[in-house]
Design a protein around this ligand. Structure first.
Ligand SMILES: Nc1ncnc2c1ncn2[C@@H]1O[C@H](COP(=O)(O)OP(=O)(O)O)[C@@H](O)[C@H]1O
Ligand SMILES: CC(=O)OP(=O)(O)O
Ligand SMILES: [Mg+2]
Length: 410
């Protein structure tokens, strides 16, 4: 049996899971995407990293839950606290015989087209890409460095969000901008959330009983991506050079007119860096409705707050446009799949995104869409031409599987 510790460092959170793969199941049984049985020996999350009061929740199946609230200054401090939690409650990581530590890395640029064992050169390359994923790559690097310091003898593997999109057709990957920007500075569309997509696309193929399907994947979390997938390959995706383009997100604007930066420089005296930071951290639902969490936005909208009502309309309108566009890109759609925090849990967003798309054969069955309970499910009408599915993503399982593939190869 292999044990893999997975670290998924987000902009302000650190999710982690210790997975046991291929052995007799203990702990919580997980729906293995492929291959042998997988179980979770411990899992948890540190939320609100960098804020005054962060929260660490650590869960060990059979031994309960443990919570600690304090300030976690950065991802290094968060990971050290996670390692302490393992020390306090078990399982003992030093004795676990870890086969690998798998890290989610958001931007892999043009260098990385698959999971990669981490060495100094790989770490330097990930660091160099930080300007293209300012909310994510610095956190990923901190996580990797801290894990190497704690477990110098365990293989560390970087698993990239961009890798799923490496084969994007040139027509979708190319920006119509000066040649020198493209050839000298790597200016192209990369695409993100590929770890989640890889998992969800495999689950979709298994649901449909075919792997040549044309699928629109809607990963709607804090960050959000729409992707057109044909026969398992990404053929267009809404995020581009950085994870800022595309859909409206929790704190990110998604698509805006590129003239915005220069205009605000002239009109408001803002530097390019200030505009970029605001588009990443202070835009999206946070800017429109005062909260980045869709649950809070919905509560405000239910109270009749006009800002929240508009925010929801803007969010859904953008989604609907991308679904229409990707129907055109694919020519034929065999399934639409919702995943991640908002996609898995918010029935109203799913219904709103597809409202008016009956002309494309798309829609939800209200009873199925609103039925309580999670898990993989169909939410379109019985016999609908295009099934609409909710498939909970599992980035940690995908990272663990990809990490083991690399370890076994080397
Ligand atoms: N029941 C729910 N209804 C609406 N939105 C939800 C619900 N549960 C979670 N979410 C949304 O999911 C988001 C987080 O999604 P997640 O996929 O965990 O994002 P990330 O990995 O980017 O942190 C939260 O910001 C919240 O808006
Ligand atoms: C790439 C990205 O946007 O990731 P997240 O949704 O975790 O912020
Ligand atoms: Mg996520």
């Amino acid at each position: 049996m292999d044990r893999v510790l997975v670290l998924n460092s987000g902009s302000s959170s650190l999710k982690y899971r210790l997975l046991e793969m291929g052995g007799a199941a203990k702990g919580v049984g997980l729906p293995a995407a492929s291959g042998p049985r997988v179980s979770s020996a411990a899992s948890g999350v540190v939320d609100r990293i960098g804020e005054r009061r962060g929260v660490l929740s650590h869960r060990v199946p059979g031994a309960g839950r443990y919570q600690r609230c304090q300030r976690y200054a950065d991802h290094e401090a968060a990971l050290r606290a996670v390692l302490d939690a393992f020390g306090d409650t078990g399982p003992d990581l030093a004795q676990a015989g870890l086969s690998a530590i798998g890290h989610r890395v958001v931007h892999g640029g043009e260098h990385f087209d698959g999971p990669t064992p981490v060495d100094d050169g790989v770490l330097a390359a990930i660091e160099e890409l930080a300007p293209l994923a300012p909310l994510h790559n610095p956190a990923n690097v901190q996580g990797i460095r801290t894990a190497i310091a704690a477990f110098p003898d365990v293989p560390q593997v970087a698993v990239f969000d961009t890798a799923f999109h490496v084969g994007l057709p040139p027509a979708a990957a190319t920006y119509a901008v000066p040649e020198a920007w493209r050839s000298r500075h790597g200016v192209r569309r990369y695409g993100f959330h590929g770890i989640s997509h890889a998992y969800v696309v495999r689950r979709t193929a298994s649901w449909l009983g075919r792997d040549d399907a044309a699928v629109i994947v809607l990963h709607l979390g804090n960050g959000a991506t729409a992707t057109a997938v044909s026969a398992g390959r990404s053929v267009d995706t809404s995020m581009g050079l950085t994870p800022l383009e595309g859909l409206v997100m929790g704190t990110r604007s998604g698509d805006v007119d590129p003239s915005l930066t220069a205009y605000l420089g002239r009109a408001a005296g803002l530097s390019a860096e200030e505009v970029e930071a605001a588009l990443n951290r202070d835009s999206g639902m946070k800017a429109l409705a005062g909260a980045n969490d869709m649950r809070e936005v919905r509560r405000s909208a239910d109270r009749g707050d006009p800002r929240a009502l508009l925010a929801v309309e803007v969010y859904q309108h953008r989604l609907r446009k991308y679904i229409g566009a990707y129907t055109a890109v694919l020519g034929r759609v065999d399934a639409v799949v919702f995943t991640a925090g908002v996609g898995e849990n918010d029935a109203r967003t799913r219904a709103g995104a597809l409202a008016g798309l009956e002309v494309l054969g798309l829609g939800v069955d209200p009873g199925r869409n609103e039925a309580p309970g999670g898990g993989e499910r169909v939410i379109s009408h019985e016999g609908a031409a295009t099934p609409v599915l909710v498939l909970p993503t599992d980035e940690e399982l995908e990272i663990a599987e990809q990490s083991l593939t690399v370890i076994e190869r080397s």
